[in-house]
Write a protein that binds this ligand. Structure first.
Ligand SMILES: Nc1nc(=O)c2c([nH]1)NC[C@@H]1CN(c3ccc(C(=O)N[C@@H](CCC(=O)O)C(=O)O)cc3)CN21
Ligand SMILES: O=c1ccn([C@H]2C[C@H](O)[C@@H](COP(=O)(O)O)O2)c(=O)[nH]1
Length: 264
């Protein structure tokens, strides 16, 4: 995960000081790209132990079309708690937009199902896009989508995926986002009988919060290890039928976790 450490180093060395929405303050660079060849291993940080269960369960929750934190909490995942209202609701965030986008003419659009249909029927299509950025509903969301658009691409029997993330919390959010979309690429490829190609991460405002700088330096002092390998134990009939237990990471050896406060 040299690519990730390079982004962290770039923000530390060249980031502009910004006062941001949360009041914490950041060092930020604009525009960055990282490429991961998924055949070389699963892109998960080895320079800090990641809580993979939170990442996998959150992705399954998006794919269910769920936007209430209760299902996450029942599975001991707390990463969305700070943004939920007293009923656990987040408004029409990712799950809603991915699985049930409401069009002006009253249609309900399942972008994930349409994406899979398109990949299977017309793999050369250049219209394989899912977007969570619904300008008409932003006001009702607890947080505007950060990982707001992705596109898939098929070449030589391999599925690649590129994400556009408009706002990126380099220390806490980005490791989650990379692993989550790499996992989604594997799941989509399996559902469409393709091999995995590349995951490409493209970021807009990429920032280190001012209370994450020591943690970032600590991480940069560590040498990255080899990437683990992902195994999916079964092939469910649908993309929303995977379970946490279906995923096994072989050889994930990471250095100790580093704690950091999340900016709300
Ligand atoms: N400032 C900020 N950064 C984010 O990354 C972020 C948000 N806000 N708001 C919405 C979601 C929630 N996400 C989060 C929230 C918390 C952690 C976090 O605290 N991670 C801990 C482990 C916590 C756990 O798994 O239980 C970490 O050390 O990685 C990570 C991603 C990503 N998003
Ligand atoms: O998946 C996610 C979700 C959120 N983030 C980070 C990026 C920012 O630090 C905040 C969102 O604040 P905005 O003012 O809406 O940009 O959350 C992330 O990195 N990954």
């Amino acid at each position: 995960m040299r690519q990730y450490l390079d982004l962290m180093q770039r923000a530390l060395d060249h980031g502009a000081e910004q006062s941001d929405r949360t009041g914490v303050g950041t060092r930020s660079v604009f525009g960055h790209q990282m490429r991961f060849d998924l055949a070389e291993g699963f892109p998960v940080l080895t320079t800090k132990k990641l809580h993979l269960r939170s990442i996998i369960v959150e992705l399954l929750w998006f794919l269910r079309g769920d936007t209430n934190v209760r299902w996450l909490q029942d599975r001991k995942v707390s990463i969305w708690n700070e943004w939920a209202d007293e009923n656990g609701d987040l408004g029409p965030v990712y799950g809603k937009q991915w699985r049930d986008w409401q069009a002006a003419d009253g249609r309900h659009i399942d972008q994930i199902a349409e994406l899979i249909d398109t990949i299977r029927a017309t793999p050369a299509s250049r219209r394989q896009i899912v977007t969570a950025w619904n300008p008409g509903e932003l006001h009702a969301m607890a947080l505007s989508p950060c990982h707001c658009l992705f596109q898939t691409h098929v070449a030589n029997g391999k599925l690649s995926l590129q994400l556009y993330q408009r706002s990126a919390d380099i220390f806490l959010g980005v490791p989650f986002n990379i692993a989550s979309y790499a996992l989604l690429t594997h799941m989509l490829a399996q559902q469409c009988d393709l091999d995995v190609g590349e995951f490409i991460w493209t970021g807009g405002d990429c920032h280190l919060y001012s209370n994450h700088l020591d943690q970032a330096r600590q991480q940069l002092s560590r040498a990255p290890g080899p990437l683990p390998r992902l195994e999916i134990l079964c092939r469910p009939a649908a993309i929303d039928s995977y379970e946490y237990e279906d995923f096994v990471l072989h050889g994930y050896e990471a250095q100790p976790h580093i704690k950091a406060p999340v900016a709300v």
